[in-house]
Design a binder for this molecule. Structure first.
Ligand SMILES: Cc1cc2nc3c(=O)[nH]c(=O)nc-3n(C[C@H](O)[C@H](O)[C@H](O)COP(=O)(O)O)c2cc1C
Length: 192
């Protein structure tokens, strides 16, 4: 079968991606705001840098620039409805913590809380921002990582036999991994 051809924007070739929920303090309203952000990436291990791409139209964008910090929170697959709902609301007009009765964990290194339900969260201090097309790449230095007990093994690798991470496929569709992906492939490509 011949390959198909798409114009940019009509095919989500960059998914699946690990779903991330970004948390930011909203000091003026004495609350915290959470928004799903699929476009995130680790950027450096030393220093530990993590990047999130936020549209300047989001309320979260405004809040990160104000507070200079954010948390990134990772959920298991069962929480897909929460991610979807958080993405339909804006902290501009809804206190999502109150409306969705979200339980928070206070920050340890910084003062931005994490989502209690997350299997892993990281507190990030905003270091840089870059305009990239219609997004802003916000680069945070990871200050502290919080994980659920037994979510990661001694090498710091996610236990897929215990946890089903939430992946995003695009177009409001979600997925997760299967335990088969625990296999460590042999290096090199074998010729048949
Ligand atoms: C699954 C999913 C992934 C999303 N990924 C991003 C993203 O990478 N960057 C972004 O700016 N908005 C993204 N959004 C949209 C924002 O989450 C959405 O506009 C949200 O309402 C913003 O909330 P806020 O105004 O409270 O910040 C995503 C939404 C969903 C549901």
């Amino acid at each position: 079968m011949p390959h198909e051809s798409f114009v940019p924007g009509s095919c989500y070739f960059y998914y699946p991606r690990l779903m991330c929920i970004v948390g930011v303090r909203d000091d003026a309203k004495r609350t915290c705001n959470f928004a799903p952000v699929a476009w995130t990436t680790p950027l450096s291990s030393d220093p530990p840098l993590f990047g999130i791409c936020l549209s300047p139209s989001t309320y979260s964008h405004q809040l990160v620039l104000k507070t200079g910090e954010f948390t990134v929170n990772f959920l298991s697959h069962e929480h897909a409805p929460l991610a979807e709902t958080l993405g339909k609301l804006s902290g501009r007009d809804t206190d999502k913590v109150k409306a969705l009765t979200l339980k928070l964990e206070p920050g340890e290194a910084l003062s931005t809380p994490s989502l209690a339900v997350a299997y892993a969260s990281a507190e990030c201090l905003l270091l840089e921002r870059h305009h990239v097309g219609d997004q802003t790449l916000l680069v945070g230095e990871v200050q502290r990582i919080r994980t659920s007990p037994d979510a990661f093994d001694a090498d710091g690798v996610l236990r897929l036999d215990r946890l089903n991470p939430l992946l995003y496929l695009g177009s409001s569709r979600y997925a997760t991994t299967a335990a088969a992906s625990l296999d460590r492939p042999a290096s090199g490509v074998k010729s048949s």
